[in-house]
Design a protein around this ligand. Structure first.
Ligand code: TRP
Length: 327
């Protein structure tokens, strides 16, 4: 089976946007590929070095939710980046052959630097983010990397670094990976903007059912539909956008029609959404509870994943040290 690798930064608790975006896609891929999925905790340090303890908390949340969402440790390998020191070794070797100009022109570098004003991210580590990501990918000699469109520049630089490495050391030990681009539905947040932890408009996977219910019932709707008897426009309602993802075609049609004709109210519409949301979340909550009740089991699964990943990483490093004639 061809190898797939992907990682997620522990920079917040996972929400339903992450679930229907990346995570469900990872679950689908585990049947078709030899998948390696990891928590990129070193990457989270690049923007969170002032408060590293929270990264550990988010890392645990990610691991728990990876399994709760249906990643099966019999089918895929789950691990934590910082536990495989070989990533750091490959990172330093690759950093020797990576021109600064390549890093400075990565669009995410420029954007983030502008965006995050409250923190000094003019660090060496932050500039080198894509080199670390390249090491993450190349060390498993992965063929495919499932990512969102925002990560394509990082994949491009990974390919360039691999090409340069192979050219300089006249080898083929680092195959060029390809992005596996999947069209993710854009998940709307409680306030109508894109669901994001930074907007405080998310439904988190670890929200208890009462909180999910409260969040949905107090969600914004069509603000121009002032009274229950006024006809509304579903397109203006963030609730309708969530129906698009979680509800059946029939229900979608029913709530749209009901909204336009004022035959249903916003609360009725939200109740239908809640029913469908709960249908998706309940099995996840169930598995999460089983794992939380049995922390030993989670630790065992992750330790086994770490060991398996480490063996592959060590194999690659043998080859890399060989072609680079490292003492
Ligand atoms: N940069 C990725 C993100 O922010 C996370 C990541 C780190 C990653 N290393 C990776 C993704 C390797 C894919 C492969 O989403």
């Amino acid at each position: 089976m061809e190898r797939v690798l992907s990682g997620m930064q522990p920079s917040g608790y996972l929400h339903i946007g992450n679930l229907v975006g990346a995570l469900s896609n990872w679950v689908r891929l585990q049947d078709r590929y030899d998948c390696y999925y990891f928590v990129a905790d070193w990457h989270a340090l690049t923007t969170n070095y002032t408060n590293p303890s929270i990264i550990k908390e988010y890392t645990k949340d990610l691991l728990l939710n990876f399994l709760a969402a249906g990643l099966d440790p019999e089918k895929c390998t789950i691990f934590v980046q910082s536990q495989i020191l070989e990533h750091a070794e490959l990172h330093i070797l690759l950093s020797m052959i990576t021109p600064l100009g390549w890093l400075e022109r990565v669009p995410t570098y420029k954007e983030k630097k502008e965006e995050i004003k409250e923190l000094d991210i003019g660090s060496y580590g932050f500039l080198g983010y894509p080199v670390l990501q390249s090491a993450d990918i190349l060390i498993y000699r992965a063929k495919y990397v499932p990512v969102g469109i925002d990560q394509v520049p990082h994949l491009e630089i990974t390919r360039e670094i691999a090409r340069r490495f192979n050219y300089l050391y006249k080898t083929d030990v680092l195959p060029e990976p390809e992005p596996l681009l999947t069209e993710f539905p854009k998940v709307t947040g409680l306030d109508g903007r894109k669901m994001s932890k930074s907007y405080d408009n998310a439904i988190y996977l670890n929200d208890p059912p009462e909180v999910v219910e409260r969040k949905v019932l107090t969600m914004m709707t069509d603000t121009q539909r002032a009274r229950r008897t006024d006809p509304g426009d579903p397109e203006r309602s963030p609730v309708y956008q969530l129906h698009r993802i979680f509800s059946s075609k029939e229900e979608l049609e029913e709530v749209a029609q009901g909204c336009r004709t004022a035959s249903i109210g916003c609360i009725d519409c939200k109740r239908i959404l809640l029913k469908n949301l709960f249908r998706v979340l309940e099995p996840l909550w169930q598995r999460r509870k089983e794992l939380s009740d049995n922390p030993e089991k989670l630790r065992e699964i992750v330790n086994a994943g770490i060991e398996k990943a480490r063996r592959v990483a060590q194999e690659t490093m043998e080859l890399v040290r060989g072609v680079m004639s490292i003492y």
